[in-house]
Design a protein around this ligand. Sequence first.
Ligand code: SF4
Ligand code: SF4
Length: 295
Amino acid sequence: MKEIVVISGKGGTGKTSVTASLAVLGGESLVVADCDVDAANLHLLLTPEVQYREDFYSGKEAEINPLICTDCGICADVCHYGAILKPIDTGQWIIDKNLCEGCGYCSHVCPASAITLSSAYSGEWFRSKTRTGGLMVHAELAAGADNSGKLVARVKNEARKSAKEAGADYVLVDGSPGIGCPVISSLSGAAFVILVTEPTKSALHDLRRVYEIVRKFSISAGCVINKADLNPEVENEILGFLQEENIPLLGTIPYDSVFSEAMTAGMTIVEYSRGEITRRVEGIWEQLLREVSSR
Ligand code: SF4
Ligand code: SF4
């Protein structure tokens, strides 16, 4: 079983639409994992029916027991995050969970042992069946939670387990955007990376940055250029970059309003249309399989 991770380094390139289309084309040969947990939206296109859900706890958060607290204020003095407050209306020390980093310093210095640390609720993950019958693992990060890298790792592990149980050939991961901890977590264990870009200067800049990480991990990659015909000059710059780095082009998708029409209808392009764009995406899927099997 091989993991294929789709990333873009930049939002708005069509990464999720491409991932959803490949997930539909792959059918039961794959399990799809939505690792864009900060702004998950793959479910909008694949409309999964949740079969199993589980709370996700990560990191620590502190809590003050007002019955034990002696009102000395030492905890507030030592908290570097300004998380310990005494609202005028209650006159009792409390901890703002959105500011608390779970370092435990306050608990250590409290002379009354009034502060406890417990696991912090960070969101939920789900195992689901998509509208087209495929398996999907996805998650929702709780508002204000900041352990998205750990939630990404959990989603990937559960997707691997599901793929193993179902005898699937691939885990197809909709990776996190950017170049931070979540995208690094998305890439761990990948056999192949699909870089989705578009012909704009900012997309090319972000493609270069995200590919640096892919190269550091020594993962093979291929590229999809979406809306390829919108700016031939930058498209040529992208092609030059791919040549320099020896990255195969999996395919190009010209701009077509049918892509947005499919999204508005809540469908993937390969379900919505039998036109040129769908043929291009099918070509990308076939090229992808050839690249992955040759490595
Ligand atoms: S250090 Fe402990 S006793 Fe003092 S204000 Fe904080 S919670 Fe209350
Ligand atoms: S655990 Fe750390 S961050 Fe949280 S309230 Fe205590 S001192 Fe502040």
